[in-house]
Ligand binder design. Structure first.
Ligand code: ADP
Length: 477
């Protein structure tokens, strides 16, 4: 099997490789991917540093052309790349192709942004002086990504980093090197000068840690667990570097008595179980008022019976496997914790066998949960959802906000009054009315509050707050 190598200073390097395993079929090896060392990471950082002066002053048309070409190739290869994504991560093929299309759209959006970055010219408070405010590239950006969106998250970090003139050292999650390698290969062939984008696949504790410890990394953008996020923060403060964190969620979805039951059930099923519940915007707390509670639980349970758990590549699969054995153990541990805490297991809870050996878990629904239980407070990151019964809207809102996290928050209601009040008072970066908590556009800000996020928003034009630094220049006329 050929080894997919790391890209350092424009050269493909590395011979120490690990196997990328398909979670739908653990007999299927997706490919072999090189494992970088701490020294490789240092070489990548040095290459990015050396490439920065040239790239940050490069013409915006050159950057536009490379990003546009990348978007076009990703789109042209959406079925092939979507299949690779579904094979290495386990989300269903339609979800994986959708994510691939989104990556192409993100590159296209930021191709356009290269031509739109504007500053300001304003008068000084002193006579005969002009003031210009401009945005400049930050320097070497370290990009550390998780496994749950193997192509979209790298795209929404790499595209703005390059668009605004930064150079990049990119470390994808160990479980999903395939999509990471593919987009780096596409960008490299699209004409990036050597050293502008470096790929270092490998362990967080080795490659990621080397990035955290380097004084030459000017900014780090990270998506992953709260624990690692805190390490990124501490190391970044040490080096006086910019950092941006997207971490966990425990997103609430409120269902009020006046909700359209079909809308509520569809949104709850999507939020909780699609992509195997492995989205940071997934909803694992359904907060339901008394008058609709029993009807909602009955209808959601009926819906869960229709969801097919199977191989991600099979037509008709609604829920693919859990990503790996470690995550599966975390999910089943939480199912035991929920039972032990006194929540009622209303549906699922068991592993399922399919034709291929894989990490298959039934969609799992707890009822009679309280918001104080661990299953309601801690991120599980699997297809495990609990229903919390509340008296009225006020209790629903208070319960929704009673969490250390604040990424996304949803409500199902036909009341304009409650929808409006919820949009204003939900303590979250994103609020959804009659829509799943997950599923966002690519051209508007993404991010959260409280324990979910730190730093400027990602995506859309707001991304420039992180990937550029502001300069104020004064000139005597
Ligand atoms: P997840 O639960 O999504 O795997 P992690 O925070 O463990 O969350 O992983 C997210 C990313 O952070 C991965 O690319 C991982 O390799 C990386 N990572 C893990 N540990 C460290 C570390 N000590 N320093 C830097 N990056 C790390």
């Amino acid at each position: 099997m050929t080894i997919h190598q790391n890209l350092i200073a424009g050269e493909w390097v590395g011979s120490d490789a690990i196997k990328n395993i398909n979670p739908s079929n653990t007999n299927d090896v997706v490919g072999e991917y090189a494992r970088a060392s701490a020294d490789d990471a240092k070489a990548a950082i040095a290459a990015a540093k050396a490439a920065f002066p040239g790239w940050s002053r490069s013409g915006i048309l050159e950057r536009h052309a490379i990003l546009k070409k990348t978007a076009d190739e990703i789109l042209a290869r959406k079925d092939e790349l979507g299949t690779l994504l579904a094979r290495e991560e386990g989300k269903t093929l339609p979800e994986a192709i959708g994510e691939t299309i989104r990556a192409a759209q993100i590159f296209e959006f930021f191709a356009g942004e290269t031509l739109r970055l504007a500053g300001e010219v304003i008068p000084s408070v002193r006579p005969n002086i002009g003031v210009e405010i401009t945005r400049e590239a930050v320097g070497v950006v370290g990009i550390i990504t998780p496994w749950n969106f193997p192509i979209a998250i790298p795209a929404w970090k790499i595209a703005p980093a390059l668009a605004y003139g930064n150079t990049v050292v990119f470390k994808p999650a160990e479980l999903v090197p395939g999509c990471a390698w593919a987009i780096v290969d596409i960008l490299h062939r699209a004409g990036l000068p050597k050293g502008v984008l470096n790929l270092v696949m490998g362990k967080g504790s080795v490659v990621g840690q080397a990035m955290l410890e380097s004084p030459d990394v000017a900014a780090i953008t990270f998506t992953g667990s709260t624990g690692t996020g805190k390490r990124v923060a501490a190391a970044s403060i040490e080096h006086n570097r910019k950092f941006q964190l997207e971490m966990g969620g425990k997103n609430p979805f409120v269902v009020l008595d006046d909700a359209d039951l079909t809308v509520a059930v569809e949104a709850a099923a999507n939020s909780g179980f699609f992509s195997t519940g492995q989205r940071c915007t997934a909803s694992s707390r359904l907060i339901v008022t008394e008058g609709i509670h029993d009807r909602f639980v009955a209808a959601l349970t009926e819906k869960l019976k229709t969801l097919v758990v199977d191989d991600a590549l099979k037509a008709g699969t609604h829920i693919g496997p859990v990503v790996d054995a470690g995550q599966l153990k975390q999910d089943t541990d939480y199912i035991e914790i929920g039972k032990g805490e006194g929540a009622k297991l209303a549906f699922g809870g068991d592993l399922v066998k399919r034709d291929n050996p894989g990490f298959y878990l039934q969609p799992t629904l707890f009822t009679e949960a309280t918001n104080a239980m661990r299953i309601s407070r801690e991120e599980i990151f699997g297809p495990v959802v609990s229903v919390i019964r509340v008296k009225d809207y006020d209790e629903a809102l208070a319960t929704a906000n009673d969490t250390p996290f604040g990424l996304s928050s949803g409500i199902a209601t036909t009341s304009l009054k409650h929808a409006t009040h919820f949009k204003r008072n939900a303590e979250a970066g994103m609020v959804m009315v009659n829509l799943p908590t997950a599923g966002v556009d690519f051209h508007v800000p993404f991010g959260g509050r409280k324990g979910s996020s730190y730093g400027p928003r990602e995506q859309g034009k707001y991304a420039n707050e992180f990937y550029t630094t502001v300069k104020t220049a004064y000139t005597l006329a």
